[in-house]
Design a protein around this ligand. Sequence first.
Ligand code: TXA
Ligand code: MG
Length: 331
Amino acid sequence: MVRILPPNPEAVREGARLLREGQLVAFPTETVYGLGADAFNPLAVARIFEVKNRPEFDPIIVHIADLAQLKELVTQVPEAARRLIEKFWPGPLTLILPKTEKVPGIVTAGLPTVAVRMPAHPVALNLIRAADRPVAAPSANPFGYLSPTTAEHVLTQLDGKVDLILDGGPCPVGVESTVLDLTAEPPTVLRPGGLAVEDIEKIIGPVRVAAGAAERPRSPGQLSRHYSPRTPLVVFSGRSYPDPGGRRAGLLLFRRPTQAPAGFAVVEWLSEAGDVREAAANLFAALHRLDRVGLDIIFAEAVPEVGLGRAIMDRLRKAAAPPVDGPGRLN
Ligand code: TXA
Ligand code: MG
């Protein structure tokens, strides 16, 4: 039986003890819940792949609580990294840097680089400090499914497969961190996320944004259908609502409508007044709810691609991509 505990000091100590023993602990971060393992324990990390049903070529983000831990993980901290760290850590920015020998290959899926971030969440930071080691953690969902933004999402998706869930309430940012490859020239955003690309560019100048599915999927966030609900999803834009055509349809709007549209089984909106940050924070929870109520189809309204709107559209497009069949099929 999985235990869910409120994140008091005793529970955090228990989580740290489990991590040191090679067990898995789900914990809140400001972005989404992570499924954590001791980053220096390859067997514990292997268990993450098992539990997530995740292909082994997918590298995992290592979470740290202070800069001394960064030194254990990366061989160089270039000037651009220094500036970004000073400005945005702790926060929803993951940096790809050359790894040290100490980082097990299973963490980086054999890549010579490692993804590192310092989460801006007191429970995550306390857990990492108490464990006294970096914590490797992907989002705490089965591979290819929606990322969890509450402890309850983790419980329903990974029940029985994780030893402890620390319940820190809903994640304030609600989408995963922005992944920035600083070993590429120019620096390349592999996954848009909780930190706006515009904010990164203010600090280090122009970056490249990798073009999702068109490129070699170095980052599984770039694989199509990575963030998919099980219900078919269609993205729409424009002034009129789509026609449900007799189907049991859900409507996911960007902002609260002035009049409830007719003909839909469920109508949800991501933001009261059309704020992309609020929309991002609500995105996964709304998709989870819509995915649970037996709809034939979900119509999701496009959001403006500014700031976090880019991350939202990245996820909606992936959720909308047609399923891939055959041996390479994602689940
Ligand atoms: O907000 C987040 O980033 C959450 C929380 C728990 O921190 N974590 C998360 O992890 O979203 P995950 O495993 O679901 O996504 C990690 C992404 C993947 O797209 C992975 O391919 C990429 O980071 N990544 C990790 N290491 C990499 C590396 N060395 N090179 C390129 N991409 C890497
Ligand atoms: Mg994930």
